[in-house]
Design a protein around this ligand. Structure first.
Ligand SMILES: Nc1ncnc2c1ncn2[C@@H]1O[C@H](COP(=O)(O)OP(=O)(O)OP(=O)(O)O)[C@@H](O)[C@H]1O
Length: 273
């Protein structure tokens, strides 16, 4: 099993329940996009799946393990198999790109090797190989504070690819990229996940990208799963319900008309304008 949630909820420390009891099963090798409006709970769900947050109720199975039941060492080993791509990768500004990418394997290396790698990069060709398909190998020795937001996101992706995780989680991984680059990067992530049999779960605000690249779409609304379907089965009505906002309804056009066009006969999924 890749991921299994049974009656899983999450209440943040302040008392806000961001995820109401969810049931969800994702098989190894599946590629799933999570869509939904701001505050729907997408980041919270990804943090739960990356073991950054523990469930408040129900059970969580990640790669056949329940993180809440693991010892410290076993949890660290599980985390080496889970890679989280952040919307804004938390990279130290003065760190070199190569060091940031190699940090993907810190959890797998001995303390001595990790410390050495921080001072002197040990696997230059491995870092270059991870950056090449992202068209970023020429930035290998650049400092992170010299990169654009989109380039930093690609460094974060290269780091997780270098990690070699079995479960790839991505929180708005292409939000800072131009449309062409975002499309290319998602195609790459999906191709690599498919080729290597990795499970990929990504949150996306760009509905068109989600429908184009991911076979399965989960619509999250107010911490609940509104729909969970093959991309080709997602309807404009699904999206209208997902993005309806009573507070804004009177001042904005129908949200779906800005996201998708009605599905022509014979076409499998709503298309973007
Ligand atoms: N640490 C926290 N403490 C309290 N509430 C939180 C915390 N983190 C998130 N929340 C709340 O949980 C809800 C879900 O937040 P989350 O970041 O998961 O949404 P999201 O769907 O990722 O939104 P966005 O698309 O804007 O990033 C929001 O109402 C948010 O205010």
């Amino acid at each position: 099993m890749g991921i299994r949630l049974d009656g899983t909820s999450l209440t943040h420390p302040g008392g806000f329940t961001a995820l109401h009891p969810l049931n969800l099963a994702i098989q190894p090798g599946e590629r799933v996009a999570i869509i939904g409006s701001s505050g729907a709970g997408k980041t919270t769900l990804l943090r739960l799946l990356s073991t950054g947050l523990l469930a408040s109720s129900g059970s969580v199975q990640l790669l056949d393990a329940d993180p809440a039941q693991l010892s410290g060492g076993a949890l660290r080993r599980l985390r080496t198999r889970i890679g989280l791509i952040h919307q804004s990768p938390p990279l130290p500004p003065r760190q070199r790109v190569i060091t940031a990418v190699l940090a993907g394997r810190l959890g797998q290396w001995s303390l001595a090797r990790s410390l050495l790698s921080l001072c002197y990069p040990l696997d230059i060709s491995g870092a270059r190989t991870a950056l090449e398909p992202l068209d970023l190998s020429e930035k290998l020795f650049a400092r992170c504070d010299q990169l654009s937001g989109g380039q930093l996101q690609r460094v974060g992706i290269a780091r997780v690819l270098y990690q070699g995780a079995d479960l790839l989680l991505a929180d708005e991984p292409v939000s800072a990229m131009d449309p062409l680059l975002a499309d290319h990067t998602l195609a790459l992530l999906n191709r690599l996940a498919q080729e290597h049999g990795k499970t990929l779960v990504a949150s996306l605000h760009a509905v068109d990208l989600a429908l184009r690249h991911f076979p399965r779409i989960i619509g999250l609304r107010n911490g609940e799963i509104l729909f969970d379907r093959e991309a080709g089965q997602v309807t404009p009505e699904d999206l209208r319900e997902l993005y309806s906002n009573e507070g804004l309804a009177e001042t904005l056009p129908d949200p779906v008309s800005t996201l998708v066009t009605p599905r022509p006969s014979g076409q499998s999924a709503p298309r973007c304008l």
